[in-house]
Design a protein around this ligand. Structure first.
Ligand code: 6PG
Length: 241
């Protein structure tokens, strides 16, 4: 596990953008494609805008990149809450990514069916090979959730490799999330976390005793590499390096 800690969120974003470029080049050179699962929420929007900016857009062979989503809200793709909509506006549309390269959750279906359909989409994409994302981008909630693996939800103990529905009782909403076992098959996972409001969650996940019910992001331990891209504020409660 590698920590990449920087004084400001801007420096974190450029470091992660450089990492994304390097991971894409390595995957495309080795296997002819780069298969990435995008994170939702607000943190990654600036990363996606940076990757689509003149400073980075020419650094990646975008036609060989295939996009999945680590989780999705149970809303239409046009909804302001949609992770797909955010990524499409910040990254996919500005880069002119072909629809055939993008695999979004079909939220026109009821949650359980949407999860089953996404599991099948992933299985068909990887075919006979194991479903291994080259990179899974993740955020961290201030309650230590990641993707939509929320505290005290049954999906935390789901051993299946796929996508599952999650019901958030406090918000009375459904989400669809990749399961921890599927995320953990990834060649690399990169968390992007910045801001003081995430410092306690970062400490819980990276330093406190294992308690996946309370700190679900502790479930993430991929076969490959785990990277944390943090600003100093988010890392401020970690023991000094
Ligand atoms: C989502 C994300 C979720 C997110 C965290 C952090 O759909 O919301 O997948 O796991 O990464 O909630 O969100 P912020 O970046 O908005 O703080």
């Amino acid at each position: 596990m590698q920590l990449h800690i920087h004084p400001t969120a801007e420096r974190v974003l450029t470091d992660l953008a450089d990492f994304f470029v390097a991971q894409a080049a390595e995957a495309i050179a080795a296997r002819g494609r780069f298969v990435v699962a995008l994170s939702g929420g607000s943190s990654p929007k600036k990363l996606y805008e940076l990757l689509a900016s003149p400073a980075y857009r020419e650094k990646v062979a975008w036609p060989q990149v295939f996009f999945f989503f680590g989780d999705e809200r149970n809303v239409p793709a046009t909804d302001a809450e949609s992770n797909y909509r955010m990524a499409n506006e910040a990254l996919l549309k500005p880069l002119g990514i072909a629809a055939a390269q993008v695999f979004a959750v079909d939220t026109t279906l009821p949650p359980a069916e949407a999860a089953a359909a996404y599991t099948e989409t992933i299985r068909q994409f990887f075919g006979a090979e194991e479903a291994r994302f080259d990179l899974v981008l993740l955020g961290l909630g201030d309650n230590s959730h990641t993707a939509s693996l929320f505290p005290h939800t049954p999906v935390l103990h789901d051993a299946s490799v796929g996508a599952r529905k999650v019901f958030l009782t406090d918000k009375n909403v459904f989400r669809i999330t990749l399961t921890a076992p599927l995320i953990n098959q990834a060649r690399a996972v990169a968390f992007l976390v910045y801001g003081q409001d995430k410092a306690a969650a970062v400490r819980h996940v990276l330093h406190d005793a294992r308690d996946v019910e309370e700190f679900p992001a502790q479930l993430i331990a991929p076969a490959g590499e785990t990277h944390w891209f943090l600003d100093q504020a988010a890392a401020s409660l970690l023991p000094k390096q």
